[in-house]
Write a protein that binds this ligand. Structure first.
Ligand SMILES: [Zn+2]
Length: 237
C-alpha cells in the first residue's frame, strides 16, 4: 500500500477482483503465486493432468511428494498455505470448448499461460466476446512475451496470430527462471491494468530475450479483418 498511486484503494481493488489463470505450470504457477501475494480476492485455476517428474524444473506450486497426483491439487494446497485469506477455486481440466465460456464469465481478468495455441485462441475468443481483459503470457527456451489485451482498446491475440504458427510443438525447452520472469511481468501488467498504477503497455508486446538480456516493446496493430475482434467497436483510450 506504500507504492505511490496504489494505496488502500489499489489493495481493495485487488481484493475485489477474481482472476482466472489458465494452467498452473511454469508460467501460470508463478502468476497465481504472485497474484496471491498481492492479495487478489479470488483465483480460479484451470489445469488438467497429473504431476510428472519433468514438470518439476519450473512448476513452483508443485511438490516432489505429489508426483502422480493431480497438478491442480498441489497448486491449490500451495496457494492456500501461502495465503489463506484468498479464495481459490480449481478446475481439474485445461480450458476447452465446454468450460471456457463459464470460466471467463466468472472472472474480472484472465491470465493465459497455456502452451497450446488452441487454448490461447479459445480464451481470446471468449475474452473478446465477454469484453474481459486478457494478459497473454508465452515463452520458448530463453525468450518470452507478454501481451495485454483489452477488447475494443487493443489488438487481440488473433490480430497477432491469425493462425497457429506452423510446426508448433507442445513440447519445448523451458528454463524455470525464464518462465517465472515472464510470469511476473504478466502479473505486473495485470496489476497495472486493474489499479491504474504504472503503464499497462496497451497495444504493445513486451518481448524479452534473456540470453542477451534484451527487452523490447513492440507495437502491435488491430487487423481490420480480424476474425475475432473485427466486430468490436474501438473504444476511446
Ligand atoms: Zn483481433
Amino acid at each position: 500500500m506504500d507504492i505511490p498511486g496504489f494505496g488502500q484503494e489499489g489493495q481493495e481493488k485487488l481484493r475485489n477482483t477474481t482472476a482466472l489463470v489458465s494452467r498452473t505450470g511454469g508460467l501460470g504457477g508463478p502468476i497465481a503465486l504472485q497474484l496471491a501475494a498481492a492479495g487478489i480476492g479470488k483465483l480460479v485455476l484451470a489445469h488438467g493432468g497429473n504431476l510428472q517428474p519433468s514438470d518439476l524444473n519450473r512448476q513452483v506450486l508443485m511438490r516432489h511428494g505429489s508426483l502422480g497426483q493431480p497438478r491442480i491439487e498441489s497448486a491449490r494446497e500451495t496457494l492456500q498455505a501461502f495465503n489463506p485469506h484468498i479464495t481459490v477455486e480449481t478446475v481439474n481440466a485445461n480450458i476447452n470448448e465446454e468450460n471456457a465460456e463459464e470460466l471467463v464469465g466468472s472472472a474480472d481478468i484472465v491470465f493465459d499461460a497455456a502452451p497450446r495455441f488452441n487454448e490461447r485462441f479459445l480464451l481470446n475468443r471468449q475474452c473478446v466476446r465477454q469484453r474481459k481483459s486478457l494478459i497473454d503470457a508465452a515463452m520458448f527456451s530463453m525468450e518470452g512475451q507478454v501481451v495485454t489485451i483489452v477488447p475494443g482498446l487493443t489488438p487481440c491475440l488473433a490480430c497477432l496470430y491469425p493462425e497457429e504458427p506452423p510446426h508448433w510443438n507442445r513440447r519445448f525447452p523451458v528454463l524455470g527462471a525464464v518462465s517465472s520472469l515472464i510470469a511476473n511481468i504478466a502479473v505486473v501488467q495485470g496489476i497495472c491494468l486493474l489499479t491504474g498504477i504504472g503503464d499497462a503497455h496497451l497495444g504493445k508486446m513486451i518481448y524479452i530475450d534473456t540470453a542477451g538480456m534484451n527487452l523490447r516493446k513492440i507495437a502491435i496493430q488491430r487487423r481490420i479483418d480480424c476474425a475475432v475482434c473485427q466486430s468490436v467497436p474501438s473504444a476511446a483510450p
